[in-house]
Design a protein around this ligand. Structure first.
Ligand code: MN
Ligand code: ZN
Length: 348
């Protein structure tokens, strides 16, 4: 089989590798689509502290089960599935309190073990979720980044009276927008410096007055002009630059909550006074904690549409140009998928 292998930072190649055999409790998936994530770019550039090389990356993938290991019901053969990349031990403190996405022995598919940038991938059977019957397979590859958005909203909670602000209209910010607008039905502002990304925000349910181009408007004034008194009550940082958290803490309303998703090693300068004075809560969110069933339920109920952010499907042989597109063309691209040529199932 052919796999995209990152041998070391900034070095990637298509390699012929032996077909992996599913171990006990695993299934082998013939991969169709894999999303390219910002974290894949970080691994490629050697900026992920957890990864070991060489590595087949990719954690946002869909395909068809075509072999099962011992202990897995053979009836699962042929299922079209999407894979939750989180593998946990089940015994540590985090696992015991239901926070297995931060398991002390966490294994992330595509980070700690080989992932989906490959014609075939073996994964634990319980990580492979059947995708909704009428959902196009390409859209199903957005379930993982949607679960990331679902996770941070489950961490912060969402009240009907919340006024939300999302920093950044990239894939996660846009997914968050759909969760807030379409699942919870609250007011949600979203910022970006690119009109093209804000146009996607409109497609994802923002109203004209909820989009803010921060290359033309400064944020506190833009919010005041839009009638937000006293600051947003719920803020998400989907840009993940250290300066964002500093501003979020300044502009948040009293009793506000802030969801953070970044992995920057650079400190943010925050005075404790800012937090204490308003009794702000910070919620860090990593990956997702068993949120796939929730996202699949939202899809089946017609609440959310995962197709909006997909801008490109690129044949996996052209992985270098796909990476270039994902990294260097933010006006034309949002979510770029690699197509590994597997079956499209009934849905497609
Ligand atoms: Mn991702
Ligand atoms: Zn654990």
């Amino acid at each position: 089989m052919l796999s995209v292998v990152v041998d070391k930072p900034n070095s990637m190649s298509l390699c012929e590798r032996p077909l992996p055999e599913p171990q006990t409790g695993e299934v082998r998936v013939r991969v169709r689509y894999v999303g390219i994530c910002g974290s894949d770019l970080h691994i490629f550039h050697g900026k992920n502290p957890f990864v070991t090389y060489p590595r087949v990356i990719g954690h946002e993938f869909v395909g068809q089960i075509e072999a099962v290991g011992d202990g897995v019901n053979t009836a699962r053969m042929g299922e079209m599935v999407v894979v939750d990349p989180v593998i946990s031990c089940g015994h540590c403190h985090a696992c015991r309190i239901g926070r297995q996405n931060v398991c002390s022995r966490l294994q992330v598919i595509g980070v700690h073990r080989d992932g989906g940038f490959s014609e075939y991938a073996c994964v634990p059977a319980k990580n492979a979720y059947v995708i909704p019957r009428n959902l196009p397979l390409a859209s199903a590859s957005i379930i993982e980044p949607f679960a990331v958005a679902a996770n941070v909203t489950s961490r912060t909670g969402v009240f009907p009276s919340d006024i939300a602000l999302i920093y950044g209209a990239g894939p996660v910010g846009l997914n968050l927008l759909q969760v807030l607008k379409r699942v919870y039905g609250i007011k949600a502002f979203i910022t970006d410096h690119l009109d093209e990304r804000l146009a996607l925000a409109l497609a994802c349910g923002a109203t004209q007055d909820e989009i803010i181009n921060t290359s033309r408007e400064t944020l506190p004034e833009a919010l005041t002009q839009r009638g937000v008194e006293g600051g947003p009550t719920l803020i998400y940082d989907a840009v993940c630059h250290p300066s964002i958290l500093e501003e979020a803490v300044r502009i948040a309303a009293p009793a506000g909550r802030i969801g953070i998703l970044g992995f920057s090693a650079t400190p943010s300068a925050i005075a404790q006074q800012e937090l204490t004075k308003k009794e702000l809560s910070l919620y860090a969110s990593r990956l997702n904690c068993a949120m796939f069933p929730t996202v699949i339920d939202w899809i089946e109920r017609g609440l959310v549409d995962l197709s909006h952010i997909i801008t490109h499907k690129v044949d996996f042989h052209d992985v270098a140009s796909a990476f270039h597109l994902a990294e260097s063309a933010p006006r034309e691209s949002c979510k770029v998928l690699l197509d590994f040529g597997g079956p499209s199932g009934n849905a497609s």
